[in-house]
Design a protein around this ligand. Structure first.
Ligand code: IVH
Length: 680
């Protein structure tokens, strides 16, 4: 595999993982900007190397499309996106392009068009279809061409009328934004905390997650709202001359239309207006991320038309990421479960980017020095739409005289052992394997839901057991002294019994869960499952050479090396021996592709799958190949052993033909899985 191929594979795993965290679980792990950078890198590489592009690449996932449990709705009129203007110059350049296209002389005040300015609401776009005045369908934007049917969920939103006022035409599609107001969001988080649950991160993701609930009864408990701003398909209805008329008409039909829409004849007034909006965005009870400027006259909109992506008659002026100042109370260092020492700012609480921020990461020692922020400074804090708040810089004019610079502590605040920073690295670590924070971190992770899923083994109990000396590594989970636990405060017969049962049950988890639980660097859930199914059992994995690991489809060189290195550590050997002795399951899950007992008849073979098969999904076919020791790359090359072509696998079949790679139908694929032999 070339470096590019492995980087693409690695990026696909990462993008797929973070896509799920964001869209399926509404629990993002990295800032939006970092995720965008990964997608961008993947798209760029796929564009540069079209032979490596696959039709199932996660780079093709947009918005909330893809992996859906909702029915698909094809939009009769596509839901377009908007082009952005990031500053006033770009905004003016857009208006000049509009005038040029319309053949209007900018100096001729009489013939220049009027402009409308609406707030750009930060929620998610939906299209509501009314027939004879009744709401018959609500769909998300999806990829703009097709979205998801969320009718039942949208019906629970108070703002959305299920019946329009008299005078509704036979068909009208209303486009607008579903969002969660800031006070509704705050109230939801108060309720979450009271119920001992995790707080939601931001109103937009929470609105999206609420709308995409499988059970509309859950959506009904979320206080969602709606603003209408555009029409889709309309049959009948009045002759509308302008966008302003459209909004006024929508309002008479009973749709909520935001009262802050403004209309200007002069573009200088548009520019002055966006400045005013930027200054007053905090006065609103909902989040906005810009101002949408549209050409008001619908006839002119028609003449301007669309590019492939967006209308030429509208633009989104994006407000700069929000910044606030507050006092930096102190800089502290927190030790992560993996030992990383991260400085963070304790701040006087400040409301920024939709939530109250009292702490912000400072990343590492270099960042603190580079920004020269000192405890006692007034600092500028930013959150943008991002998840993680950031300290940008000190306000030097307000720095008290003689304020000393901050220095990184030399010892771990948890265990007192020295902290160390490797030459050329930016991160500082506590390297004491026995540091209580790290011990707890390893066990918390091991017991967590995505790993061994041990109910009732959360942070507090881990801290208690470690503190009482009952437990000092993950293998100890299986040899807990339940008599001692039963004698501890807060434990009764039932809770000890439940804990014991939960621990016993977890022994049977498949190998992928165990591997993820061991915190092998770079091994997330996807990679853990991949490695488990490729080698079948722990012994196979322990025996794997670096080359064997690199040959696993989807494993880049960095991950492969990391797994290989971990299995060579003496401490890993000891730990695995103890887990073995504790009777923990060490065999991969028997998935659709077979379990560990499947003969490795495809070892050394590269089998590409394309098109639709009847008996296997694409993932199942790949899993079946991996389980038999083969690889399943995303594209056909001269090194491909065979191409399995289902229904509609055109371009890859043609390439296989050109390269003389044998093409198998489904029956031949089934024989290949059984025998390892290529037969016609
Ligand atoms: S008009 C054909 N107006 O912004 C143009 N969009 O970045 C249709 N949005 O997908 C869009 N507020 O979800 C329009 N007042 C507003 C908006 C708005 C928010 C969203 C919408 C769109 C996205 C584009």
């Amino acid at each position: 595999m070339s470096d590019v191929e492995s980087r693409i594979d690695e990026l696909r795993v990462l993008v797929g993982f973070h896509f799920d965290r964001y869209h399926a679980e509404d629990d993002p792990q990295i800032p939006d900007a970092d995720y965008d950078a990964l997608v961008m890198e993947l798209r760029t590489l796929e564009a540069e190397y079209p032979n490596l592009a696959t039709d199932d690449s996660p780079a093709l996932l947009v918005g909330s499309a893809g992996r859906s449990t909702f029915d698909e709705v094809i939009h009769r009129v596509p839901l377009r996106s908007l082009d952005n203007a990031f500053d006033v110059d770009e905004l003016r350049a857009w208006s000049e392009r509009v005038l040029r296209r319309l053949g209007v002389d900018p100096g001729d005040g009489a013939s220049t068009p009027s402009w409308t300015c609406e707030l750009k609401f930060d929620g998610l776009a939906v299209s509501l279809r009314y027939e004879d005045g009744l709401l018959v369908q609500a769909a998300t934007r999806g990829d703009g061409r097709a979205g998801e049917d969320v009718t039942a969920n949208v019906r629970t939103i108070d703002d959305v009328p299920t019946r329009l006022s008299d005078g509704a035409p036979p068909v009208v599609e209303v486009r607008g934004e579903v969002y969660m107001g800031l006070s509704a969001f705050a109230a939801l988080n108060v309720a979450q905390l009271a119920a001992g649950q995790k707080e939601y991160v931001n109103p937009r993701n929470t609105a999206a997650g609420s709308l995409r609930q499988k059970d509309a009864a859950v959506t009904a408990t979320r206080d969602l709202s709606f603003w209408a701003y555009q029409l889709g398909e309309v049959v009948g209805g009045p002759d509308l001359g302008s966008h302003g008329d459209t909004l006024a008409w929508l309002s008479t039909l009973g749709m909520p239309v935001n009262e802050r829409m403004r209309r200007f004849a002069d573009f200088d007034d548009v520019v002055a207006h966006v400045d005013r909006v930027a200054a007053s965005r905090h006065d609103l009870d909902y989040e906005i991320d810009g101002v949408v400027v549209k050409v008001d006259d619908l006839g002119l909109q028609d003449r301007l038309g669309f590019t492939a992506r967006a209308p030429r008659w509208a633009v989104a002026f994006k407000l700069p990421p929000e910044e606030r100042t507050t006092r930096l109370l102190d800089i502290e260092v927190s030790i992560g479960p993996g030992g990383q020492a991260t400085p963070f700012a304790r701040l006087e609480p400040v409301f920024v980017g939709g939530s109250t921020v009292a702490a912000a990461t400072l990343h590492n020692a270099d960042q603190v020095r580079g920004k020269d922020v000192r405890p006692g400074d007034v600092v500028v804090v930013r959150k943008a739409g991002d998840v993680i708040p950031e300290v940008l810089r000190p306000v030097l004019a307000e720095r008290p005289r003689g304020l000393p610079a901050w220095t990184f502590p030399t010892s771990c605040p948890e265990c007192g052992e020295p902290l160390s920073r490797a030459e050329g690295e930016s991160a500082t670590f506590c390297t004491n394997h026995a540091c209580p924070r790290q011990v707890r971190g390893r066990i918390e992770h091991f017991a967590s839901r995505a790993a061994m899923d041990i109910e009732g083994f959360g942070e507090q109990r881990v801290a208690l057991f470690v503190g009482e000396g009952l437990l000092d590594d993950v293998a100890g989970v299986f040899t807990l002294d339940y008599d001692r636990i039963a004698a501890m405060d807060g434990f009764g017969e039932t809770s000890v019994g439940n804990l014991r049962r939960a621990v016993e049950d977890s022994r049977a988890r498949p190998l992928g869960r165990l591997l993820f639980g061991l915190r092998i660097p770079h091994v997330g859930t996807t990679v853990a499952d991949l490695v488990a199914s490729a080698f079948g059992d722990l012994a196979g994995l322990e025996a794997a050479s670096l080359e064997d690991l690199e040959a696993v489809d989807g494993l880049g060189p960095i991950i492969a090396a990391s797994v290989h290195r971990w299995f060579r550590l003496a401490s890993s050997g000891d730990l695995l021996a103890r887990l073995r002795a504790a009777g923990v399951n060490l065999v991969a899950e028997a998935g659709p592709g077979g379990g560990a007992d499947v003969p490795r008849v495809l070892a050394g073979m590269a089998v590409v799958v394309t098109g639709t098969l009847e008996g296997f999904s694409r993932d199942e076919a790949k899993a079946a190949i991996l389980a038999r020791g083969g690889r399943s790359p995303g594209s056909v090359s001269a090194k491909t052993t065979a191409l399995v072509a289902g229904e509609g696998g055109g371009s890859k079949a043609a390439r296989a033909g050109d390269l003389g790679v044998p093409t198998l139908d489904e029956a031949a694929f089934v024989r290949l899985l059984a025998t390892g032999e290529l037969s016609g």
